[in-house]
Design a protein. Structure first.
Length: 171
């Protein structure tokens, strides 16, 4: 994870709809066994959105915990979940953002201020992505944050562009 500076939050990028059927076609290598997907996902993203009701919650949490690099967990749901508490007890040093149902979620046209988590649509325009990253960073608290590529058809290309832009911006 990048260090938090006084001028910018610590932002990680991920795919919001990680269980979307289109992602299986576009992201995972052809023929990859289903039980390997969580490990592959943590290798190629910086943040993962997980909910207790997700069918793969156990394998995704295990993949995050054993990943060879830090991956930020964004837990969508109640922070009092037994699954989350057990995972946090087992891995207290790993980064978690809990997003309860009433938490503000930033998006380019939401007007939300102070959100640690945001959603952006797919985009092929680097200038637009840069503007969204800058706007998200400006409204975010100086803390661990996560920005996800939204949509029923997750855009791996947008994910890659956003990760590159974050690196170029020095975040």
């Amino acid at each position: 994870m990048r260090p938090i500076s006084p001028t910018s939050p610590d932002i990680e990028i991920g795919l919001h709809q990680r269980l979307a059927p289109s992602l299986v076609q576009d992201f995972y290598p052809e023929g990859m066994p289903e039980d390997w997907r969580a490990n592959y996902l943590v290798l190629l993203t910086q943040a993962i959105w997980v909910g207790e009701a997700d069918p793969d919650v156990v394998s995704v949490l295990e993949a995050i915990a054993t990943a060879p690099k830090p991956v930020r967990l964004v837990w969508a749901g109640d922070g009092d979940s037994a699954v989350l508490h057990n995972w946090q007890r087992a891995y207290p040093d790993l980064s978690v953002i809990v997003v309860p149902p009433d938490a503000p979620i930033w998006s380019p046209d939401s007007g939300v201020v102070g959100a640690r988590v945001g959603l952006i649509p797919a985009s092929t325009q680097p200038a637009e992505l840069r503007d969204w990253l800058m706007t998200f960073a400006a409204q975010a608290p100086n803390a661990a944050c996560a920005l996800f590529i939204a949509g029923d058809t997750p855009s791996v290309a947008t994910l890659n562009r956003a990760q590159t832009l974050l690196e170029l911006l020095g975040w």
